[in-house]
Design a protein around this ligand. Sequence first.
Ligand SMILES: Cc1cc2nc3c(=O)[nH]c(=O)nc-3n(C[C@H](O)[C@H](O)[C@H](O)COP(=O)(O)O)c2cc1C
Length: 374
Amino acid sequence: MTLTSPITLRDLTLRNRTVVAPMCQYSSIDGFANDWHFAHLSRFGIGGFGLVIFEATAVVPEGRITYGDLGLWKDEQIAPLARIVDFLHSQGAAAGIQLAHAGRKASTPVSWRSEEDLQTEEQRRAAGYEHWQPVAPSAESHSPDDPRFQVPLALDKAGIDRVIRGFVDSTIRSEKAGFDTVEIHAAHGYLLNEFLSPLANHRTDEYGGSLENRMRLLLEVTEAVRAVWPAHKPLLVRISVSDNAEGGWTTEDSVVLARELKARGVDAIDCSSSGFAQGRISYAASYQVPFARAVKQGADIPTMAVGLLGDVDAAEAIIANGDADFIALARGALNDPNWPVHAERYLGDKAYELWPVQTRRVSEHDRVLGLQAS
Ligand SMILES: Cc1cc2nc3c(=O)[nH]c(=O)nc-3n(C[C@H](O)[C@H](O)[C@H](O)COP(=O)(O)O)c2cc1C
């Protein structure tokens, strides 16, 4: 098995193991995809990625991290997403969508927009500015000293049902948009992760306390999503394998969770980490690969590795060693949207077949400059 070998999950075959990890663009108004999203995502199809996962897409409006997030809570939001999916398909890439709810980390500012940019009603309308009350398992701020985060309302049973319904309805819309796979976002300290983690979940009902209770909401969401997502299409879940914090969620918990997810029809686990204010981890190349390996070995399920994976030899080794089944890039893909075609060139591809026909004269450029593998 190599980086460039195809892989099949259910009826979906990816042309290689390279994946664009979901990346919020904070560039929507009222949740709609626009030309920015088209250009940003299309280049990864041109660049040869096997799967392009669209950014965290809110299943209900209050589940957005910011007012600029993508959303799929109404039918009108389907068409602009479908346009991008169609283009990716025309380039031989598969398209995935990360369905998300930000929980208590919702309604935060867009980092690059200052308060001066939002002073007049006209400015706010042009930016699509909105502000709302976040919800969470417990009424505790993500970070009490940080004014960007509000104290959320604790969800009651009706609120929990609304979350599940939101995931189900957005999944049905994802199918209508033509997506090949859905990824449930249960990582990074957002709503589903908040329910999982003892750092954020202090409920005393059946959704809090024991590991079984804390897993309940994610497992209910997964069952409900799987029930409406076509049986021939794979379902992914992104988790924070460890909170990297004392008293938090652990890798051992993730192995238990991954087994439960697998039993409910999840086809691969996207292995990230952290998301709570208490979490600490040192960043280095391939820093989260041990999480992907632990979940793959412990739960016998395909995994996606992510986190500073741009080195081709290292990525090849991760696949060849069986540490993970997919290599996902976020910042590395922004840096080089052509990373897969460049990786294939580096690995000895002389045919340039992964390059779109319109671009294959790159081979002349490479030959003259001595960039082709010998
Ligand atoms: C601009 C940006 C936006 C991101 N948005 C998301 C997101 O929508 N959902 C998510 O799960 N992770 C998100 N992440 C995290 C990435 O998917 C990825 O896990 C992380 O950046 C580590 O991979 P990298 O080292 O290749 O960047 C984002 C990262 C970046 C840089």
